[in-house]
Design a protein around this ligand. Structure first.
Ligand SMILES: NC(=O)c1ccc[n+]([C@@H]2O[C@H](COP(=O)([O-])OP(=O)(O)OC[C@H]3O[C@@H](n4cnc5c(N)ncnc54)[C@H](OP(=O)(O)O)[C@@H]3O)[C@@H](O)[C@H]2O)c1
Length: 107
């Protein structure tokens, strides 16, 4: 039986187009955990994209998941961060911005 959802560690540094496509082909929702633990939030690409939208690099990381159709589950014990992590519906990344974040997986 095919699962509905598969939870895997996912972040720009772990982006793998083949893994993403494999989930889509099988009709399995990719749910990414630990979006920040494997991310350098001071990365210049994330900073630049964030500045272009007036958001934080963390919000860019979360929005990048959404643009890929990946369900993202960030965790925070900080109320301000929890609110910010939810507030990612008011902007969208361009295809070029998504590709630049994808490329962080290649260093
Ligand atoms: N299925 C599995 O095997 C598996 C494995 C690991 C985790 N998970 C689940 O995935 C969820 C998230 O994983 P995780 O806690 O490992 O990783 P995460 O969400 O990537 O990282 C959590 C860390 O990021 C910080 N953070 C959160 N929002 C931030 C923001 N806006 N700006 C800067 N830092 C921010 C948090 O700090 P503060 O708390 O200090 O704000 C905390 O130190 C959890 O609910 C966990 O249950 C599942």
């Amino acid at each position: 039986m095919t699962p509905e959802v598969n939870q895997v560690s996912w972040a720009p540094s772990r982006y793998d187009a083949a893994v993403e496509a494999g989930h889509r082909e099988r009709g399995v929702v990719l749910e990414g955990y630990s979006p920040f633990k494997n991310t350098d939030l001071a990365d210049p690409v994330l900073r630049e994209v964030a500045d272009a939208h007036g958001v934080t690099p963390a919000q860019v990381v979360l929005r990048w998941h959404v643009e890929h159709g990946v369900v993202v589950i960030p965790k925070s014990a900080t109320p301000e961060r929890i609110r910010a992590n939810l507030a990612i519906a008011g902007f969208a990344l361009s295809a070029d911005e998504v590709a630049r974040v994808d490329a962080l997986a290649r260093g």
